[in-house]
Design a protein around this ligand. Structure first.
Ligand SMILES: *Cc1c(COP(=O)(O)O)cnc(C)c1O
Length: 365
């Protein structure tokens, strides 16, 4: 019997490459002929040490991470890092700058305000449709760090550049666009990403942190959130999420086989261009509210007309009957959202675009 698979446009936990899933399945009961599963293996065993070190080495290669950075595998998800970032970095001056461009950075700013003074760099808005000009930002030269979300998963707003913070450490939440393009890691103090959007199963968060920012946690910082504790014990101070780390390693190998970060960027460009072209050439039948240069390559929110909920419901039901799933927009914004993470193939986006065209023919004017 062949396994049923659908096209999964979910925002996270999201699709993983079929090839990786099959590999994991083959190794599930007996890892490298050990007779046990990775799930059943000590996190201090030689086999698991090789798994975690192999994943770190590969990630370092894929993103050309300089030697003065540590790669940590943490728990608590992206949300855990909202607290961990403040707990580890706020001690320098007690204040931090937050560039809020969507609901995830808004949540991060709120969490950080428990541990220090948060300065909002750009004016508050209800709608997140663009990123204001950097010349208008009110950066505080005394900030411990500048925080932003590189890709806002709910609102579909992505930074087309890396901000210049005039030497203040830059912290980026890359949960939903991690490893979708090459980045110059040396411009960052901390980069973090929950794995479940692009690089693995839920349960592990990747953290890349510059060494000089380690060892300065506030006294109230829980042990398991202290970058210093994790760095010293190479992420096995306590039991890490061993199985998710194993799968992340497999996904990194897949990225490596498929052209690395540059290969993913090209794939991402092709897929997102296909979808945005379809939206923009629909004569207003479909509408993406996000302004051109800030449109996300990985999360594409759109509406039918100006938000025709009945027609959107019909669109989603029709998509689902064609095995295209998880296209519903986030509950806070409604509408439709297609997430185009690394594992989504070009032919899957083509299938969505073909469906969109036929749906419009049926209902459009
Ligand atoms: C999903 C997401 C988060 C939250 O991740 P959790 O693991 O659910 O805590 C944070 N930031 C971004 C950009 C996300 O997409």
């Amino acid at each position: 019997m062949t396994t049923k698979r659908v096209i999964n446009f979910g925002a996270g936990p999201a699709k993983l490459p079929e090839e990786v899933m099959e590999q994991v399945q083959r190794e599930l009961l007996s890892y490298k002929n050990t007779g046990i599963s990775v799930m059943e293996m000590s996190h201090r065993s030689a086999d698991f040490t090789a798994i975690i070190e192999g994943a770190q080495k590969l990630l370092q290669e894929l993103l050309k991470i300089p030697k003065n950075y540590k790669i940590l595998f943490m728990q608590g998800g992206g949300t855990g890092l909202f607290a961990a970032v403040a707990l580890n970095l706020m001690s320098r001056t007690g204040t931090a700058d937050y560039i809020v461009t969507g609901s995830w950075s808004a949540k991060a700013a709120k969490e950080a305000s428990k541990y220090g003074k948060v300065n909002l760099v750009i004016p508050k808005t209800e709608q997140y449709l663009n990123i204001p000009e950097p010349s208008s930002w009110k950066l505080d030269p005394n900030a411990s760090y500048v925080y932003y979300c590189d890709n806002e998963t709910v609102h579909g707003v992505e930074f087309p550049y890396v901000a210049d913070t005039k030497g203040v450490p830059l912290v980026a939440d890359m949960s939903s666009n991690f490893l979708t393009r090459p980045i110059d890691v040396s411009k960052f103090g901390v980069i973090f990403a929950g794995a479940q959007k692009n690089i693995g199963p839920a349960g592990v968060t990747l953290v890349i942190v510059r060494e000089d920012l380690i060892g300065k946690a506030l006294p109230v910082c829980p042990l398991i959130f202290d970058f210093n504790v994790l760095a010293k014990d190479n992420s096995v101070h306590n039991t890490p999420p061993t199985f998710p780390i194993f799968v992340v390693g497999k996904v990194l190998e897949w990225v490596h086989r498929n052209g690395g970060a540059a290969g993913m960027a090209e794939l991402s460009r092709v897929k997102s261009t296909l979808l945005y072209k379809a939206l923009d050439s629909s004569g207003g039948f479909y509408n993406c509210p996000v302004q051109g240069p800030f449109r996300s390559r990985t999360n594409v929110p759109f509406r039918i007309g100006k938000g025709d909920e009945a027609l959107e419901k019909e669109f989603l039901a029709g998509a689902s009957s064609m095995n295209m799933l998880q296209l519903k927009g986030h509950r806070s914004v409604g509408g439709i959202r297609a997430s185009l993470y690394n594992a989504i193939r070009v032919d899957e986006v083509e299938a969505l675009v073909a469906y969109m065209e036929s749906f419009q023919k049926q209902h459009g004017k």
